[in-house]
Design a protein around this ligand. Sequence first.
Ligand code: SAM
Length: 472
Amino acid sequence: MYNSKSTIATEFISDSEIRATMEYARENRGNRALVEGVLEKARDFKGLTHREAALLLECDDPEIIERIYSLANEIKHHFYGNRIVMFAPLYLSNYCVNGCVYCPYHAKNRSIRRKRLTQDEIRAEVMALQDMGHKRLALEAGEHPTMNPIEYILESIKTIYSIKHRNGAIRRVNVNIAATTVENYRRLRDAGIGTYILFQETYNKENYEALHPTGPKSDYAYHTEAMDRAMQGGIDDVGIGVLFGLETYRYDFIGLLMHAEHLEATYGVGPHTISVPRLCKADDVDTADFENAVPDDIFYRIVAIIRIAVPYTGMIISTRESAASRERLLELGISQISGGSRTSVGGYVTEETPDDSSAQFDIADHRSLDEVVGWLLDLDHIPSFCTACYREGRTGDRFMTLLKNGQISNCCLPNALITLKEYLRDYASPETRVKGEAMIKRLLGDVPNERVRAKAAEYIDRIELGERDFRF
Ligand code: SAM
């Protein structure tokens, strides 16, 4: 039985409710009055239910799709302005005991090079990331009770936060590791992580079990209820996602929104972020073996409708997507992107050859961070290296309150400009620097509060003189 407030996986992600929603959407897709009503409701910027969102996803009238795109863009600007938060993944270890058929880390893969970073190697990777200009990382690891136990992850987080190389610092470490216990989530929280990220892969239980035939990850309930345990462990910023291409997109789109509704209904705060990865080619993974690949046009609709359905949630896109696809997605609601990424273990320091690789999947955007920053500036997005909310304790519902009250222009905008200034001063190429300085000059005047504006201008001058790490 469907119950968004239940903490039992098959009740808050109810297969029968997903199927009934798909049926409802199919039956009503031609009901113009109903569709208009949903679009009208969405204009309140307060979100949509999974049923309403599923109805929009079924519409293929070009005029309706255009309205969806333009509304998604409007909502994105209303809550997030034109800021794009930058991050990079850091792969710690690809040892894994699971049998996920789409992931080359799976235990039976003998062709991938296995590697786990030592603390010294982590230091070298982090210094390389700091030298690029990164301030925010997403830690990635396979699941292995002896090679990558929680103690290894905790020690690595401590190492990462301790490194102060030149003017560099990693100020927020998000963590994407396998589902774990409440006690371990508490330890991650105490280690000062930002967001705990875990992709559901697919919400379809039967398919999930087929895709995860062996290992601890094969337990659908344990995996699906992970965010509940994370919340119980005191982590209030959680990031959800599905790996599009494993299941039909309709099923997982609805499941994803139901998961967000569950977190909001049960804990009073929805997911901090939603990621929308699409399946990529990898070491022993051929995408042709998966029949649910999502074409670009449908993918863009999915992103735009998620933006409309959960307006306050950050949306992340990685370098799994090409530059062209990312450019389009930035207009449809994405608020965080990675840049200069490597998916191999140790890849920021060591170049690997394609036949001797530890990489998780082939990336589609190979540009350096500086190229990505320059490209964002050309597109009139503000590349932001801000980590202020988390460091000021504005997490969970406190972050959402700030966002909902529209206080971002007095807080996030100056923080974005200050951290962009740091980037330009310490890491940018001369061309990027010129473009970025022009943007800062142009946008500082948009900070509404006079006192904040003056303070931000003062901070920017002090950064030019060598000081660092200001924030509102
Ligand atoms: N091991 C952790 C777990 O089990 O959740 C997470 C770390 S894994 C490095 C991060 C994510 O990469 C997975 O959750 C999965 O969605 C994604 N991934 C795995 N194989 C992929 C592929 N072939 N293409 C794109 N993404 C993939």
